[in-house]
Structure formats: structure tokens, C-alpha cells
Design a protein around this ligand. Structure first.
Ligand SMILES: Nc1ncnc2c1ncn2[C@@H]1O[C@H](COP(=O)(O)OP(=O)(O)OP(=O)(O)O)[C@@H](O)[C@H]1O
Length: 295
């Protein structure tokens, strides 16, 4: 796959590389509730994950990244463009693919008709090339046998793949995916990982830590509308280094304790003297971070 360079506003003689996504002090409230609070982050080429509990503000951030929602305050740059300007917003939308958390799919359409309709909206005007592209994205998500069945007859995971196919139209420069693995079976999850690895820049919210460790080069942990951690997945796991131990009973001193499938109790927090320390995982780092942020 070829990659197009993303460049920001140019100074004569100087080409400035702008990250495909950049948020600075982005804030968005709904009534009195602040869903996103002064968030600054960037996403370069590759896959960036957003992790966080329900209601943390991940979808709100992604809706801003998809130009569906405008921030109340702060600066957003997408593909080096300013989406608050109508002409630049249109250009961003041409080069962006978005999978919302609850995609609305017309049940009477077939996947082919639905994705073709989205392709028309995205200005794929050449009919034969458009149909070829619609077929390509549907095949890429494994819908070759279901593309002409009515959406109302499809399973939940299959519908999710229809919405994903629509987001992949035109091989976007920026893919914004809100929980793309929802409802996918293990085989389709593997397919998704491979699709993500081939994409240019992906920003995705997920509750699946396994997805983060397998495809993301960077992860942001969002809690209460703020970013509490930004870095590589290994860095999130490393937060729990020396703070994970196992033994044969629950430990009330731990921040979190749970029974593992092996029958031992795993704990994160400040270990007692003589505790049997074990290597931390991404789950341990995430659990420790969220628990400490809530204190
Ligand atoms: N349109 C809206 N109107 C009012 N409140 C909203 C709206 N959208 C989001 N919120 C609120 O903003 C906060 C953040 O919601 P958001 O959907 O961004 O969280 P999330 O991290 O994506 O959660 P989840 O993991 O459950 O999808 C929540 O308190 C939510 O109730």
C-alpha cells in the first residue's frame, strides 16, 4: 500500500509534516456535563487506541474527530486541515472514514445498496468504478456471500461489518472507528486486525484490551473526559511493574483482586512484603490507572 504524505500549512521552502489528527485543549459539554475536558492528543500514521470506562468521553472525542460534532473550545486539525472552516471540513470528510458506535443501517437495503449509497454521498461519481470499490470493501470484510441479502436478515456481527465496509470506502487517509470489534466472531476479529494494519491512520475506541495490544502502537486512556495516559501499550503495562502479585486467597489491601482461570488470585496495588510479584500485563496497567484515578 502506498502512503500519501500528510502536510500542514507550508512556509515557502519548508514542508511541515502535520500529524493526521491533532487536538489541543479540546472541550465539549452537554448541558452542564463536561464530556471532554481540555484534551490534547495527536495521532500519527498507524493505529491509535482509546481505552476508558463507559461514559469516559471516547465516543465524543471520536465524533469530534469525524467532524460530526464541533468542540466548544480548543483546536482540532485533521489531515492538516481546520474542520471549523466549511471548505476544509468538506475536504476532510472526503478523506475520512467513520464507523459510529451505533451505525444506522436501512434494514430494507442490501449491504451492496447501502455501501453504494454511502459511496454516492462520498462523491464516487464514476458508476462502474464506484461499484467496483463497493464490491472491494464488502469483500474485504468478508461479505462476498451476503452483499445482496436484505440487512434486516443479517446477524448483528454481519451488520457491523457492513458499517465497517462503508467506513473503508476509498481507502481513507483517516479512519475513525468506534468499537469496531463489537459483535465480531474470532475469525472476523482477526480479519479486522489485518485490515487495520493496512490502513493509513486509525483512531479507534475499544473495550478489548487484546485489540490494543495486537494492533495499536499508541494508546490513550480516557477517564472522566480527560486523558490520563498516552504512550505505547507496553508503557501502560509498565505502570503496574512491581505492583502485581498472585497468591491463593483474596487480598483486601489490593486496589483490585480477581480469581484467574488457573485458580490463583491476582492482585494489583501496593504489594505486601514478601508478595510473589508477577510480570504486569496491559490489563493490570489499565486497572491500576483507572482505580487510582477514581480515588
Ligand atoms: N448527545 C449527548 N447528550 C447528552 N449527553 C451526552 C451526549 N453524548 C454523550 N453524552 C454524555 O457524555 C459523556 C461521555 O459519553 P461518551 O459516549 O463520549 O462516552 P464513551 O467513553 O464513549 O462511553 P462508552 O464506553 O459507554 O461508549 C457521558 O456522560 C454521556 O452521558
Amino acid at each position: 500500500m502506498t502512503s500519501r504524505p500528510v502536510t500542514g500549512p507550508t512556509v515557502p521552502g519548508v514542508v511541515t509534516a502535520a500529524p493526521p489528527l491533532s487536538f489541543a485543549g479540546v472541550t465539549r459539554s452537554f448541558g452542564r456535563s463536561r464530556a471532554v475536558d481540555a484534551v490534547s492528543l495527536t495521532a500519527g500514521p498507524g493505529v491509535v487506541g482509546l481505552l476508558g470506562p463507559n461514559g469516559a468521553g471516547k465516543s465524543t472525542l471520536l465524533r469530534i474527530a469525524a467532524t460530526v460534532l464541533a468542540p466548544d473550545r480548543g483546536e482540532v486539525r485533521l489531515l492538516g486541515l481546520d474542520p471549523s472552516r466549511p471548505d476544509e471540513r468538506l475536504e476532510v470528510r472526503r478523506r475520512l472514514g467513520y464507523l459510529p458506535q451505533a451505525p444506522g443501517l436501512y434494514p430494507g437495503f442490501t449491504p451492496f445498496d447501502l455501501v453504494d449509497y454511502v459511496a454516492v454521498l462520498k462523491e464516487h461519481t464514476h458508476a462502474a468504478r464506484r461499484r467496483e470499490e463497493v464490491r472491494r470493501v464488502l469483500v474485504s470484510v468478508g461479505l462476498e456471500d451476503d452483499m445482496h441479502r436484505k440487512i434486516r436478515r443479517l446477524s448483528g456481527g454481519t451488520r457491523q461489518r457492513v458499517a465497517l465496509a462503508a467506513a473503508l470506502l476509498g481507502d481513507p487517509d483517516l479512519l475513525v472507528l468506534d468499537e469496531p470489534a463489537t459483535g465480531l466472531d474470532p475469525e472476523q476479529r482477526l480479519r479486522l486486525r489485518s485490515l487495520l494494519s493496512q490502513a493509513r491512520t486509525v483512531v479507534m475506541a475499544t473495550h478489548h484490551i487484546a485489540e490494543v495490544s495486537s494492533v495499536c502502537h499508541e494508546v490513550h486512556v480516557v477517564l472522566g473526559g480527560r486523558v490520563h495516559f498516552s504512550g505505547p501499550p507496553a508503557g501502560l503495562a509498565a505502570l503496574a511493574a512491581g505492583r502485581v502479585w498472585e497468591d491463593d486467597r483474596p487480598d483486601p489491601r489490593a486496589v483490585h483482586s480477581w480469581l484467574t482461570p488457573a485458580g490463583t488470585h491476582r492482585h494489583v496495588g501496593e504489594p505486601p512484603a514478601g508478595a510473589a510479584l508477577v510480570a504486569p500485563t496491559l490489563d493490570d496497567g489499565y486497572l491500576l490507572l483507572t482505580a487510582e484515578a477514581r480515588r
